[in-house]
Ligand binder design. Structure first.
Ligand SMILES: [Zn+2]
Length: 214
């Protein structure tokens, strides 16, 4: 089936477009370094880390996963997240990954939620870890694409909530390490509102890891 599909539609790298592979070694290298500390304009109040820049192959890959339905990119993007988390996490505590929420309609239109999918892939590579998708945007929150920093904050203010009793109970356990994961961090507004929504539900986030940061 794969071979047949390849004949009809040659696979192109989600980062650079080279034909013959969905994700090439060179693009993988762009996300393979140790995560770098980033400081967004809107401070989420916890340390933020990024695997790569919001430019070049990493940017094209997250946009392909988000806007063009490239579900296959969840595997390499999830592996890159796992490698980054492996260097950041505390060894002696269970790691819980909370995917940042995407507006539900937007996620549906894009063929699922790529952030949650990559987070689940990451937990498959990490010991003693679990994905806890508890965050959702409230109705009325617009897609933030095209909004400036102030409008983003206004749009998102109290626009994210945490739901799901059993996962929230797990996230509140005192010995767990909770990391928010997202594909892109630009102004920091989504990360800040996500951390606040978790705090309102009694959950302390320890940090934020994103694939790309501006
Ligand atoms: Zn490539």
């Amino acid at each position: 089936m794969r071979t047949l599909l390849d004949l009809i539609l040659p696979q192109a790298c989600g980062g650079c477009g080279v034909v013959g592979t969905g994700w090439c070694a060179s693009c993988a290298g762009c996300l393979a370094g140790p995560p770098r500390r980033v400081r967004p304009r809107t401070d989420p109040g916890v340390p933020c880390w990024a695997l790569g820049p919001y430019s070049g192959p990493p940017r094209r890959a997250v946009l392909a996963a988000k806007e063009r339905g490239r579900r296959d990119l969840a595997a390499p993007l999830g592996l890159a997240l796992a490698r980054g988390l492996d260097g950041l996490r505390s060894r002696d505590r269970p790691l819980l990954l909370v995917p940042a929420p995407s507006r539900r309609v937007a996620a549906r239109r894009r063929g699922g939620d790529p952030v949650a999918r990559a987070a689940r892939v990451a937990t498959g590579w990490l010991s003693d870890s679990r994905c806890a998708p508890v965050l959702a945007t409230r109705p009325g929150v617009r897609d933030s694409v095209g909004l400036g920093p102030l409008d983003r904050r206004r749009n998102l203010r109290d626009g994210i909530r945490a739901t799901g009793d059993s996962l929230l109970a797990l996230l509140r356990c005192p010995n767990v390490e909770v990391v928010l994961v997202d594909d892109v961090l630009t102004t920091g507004a989504t990360a800040r509102e996500s951390v606040r929504a978790l705090a309102r539900a009694g959950v302390s986030a320890h940090g934020v890891l994103v694939t790309c940061a501006a």
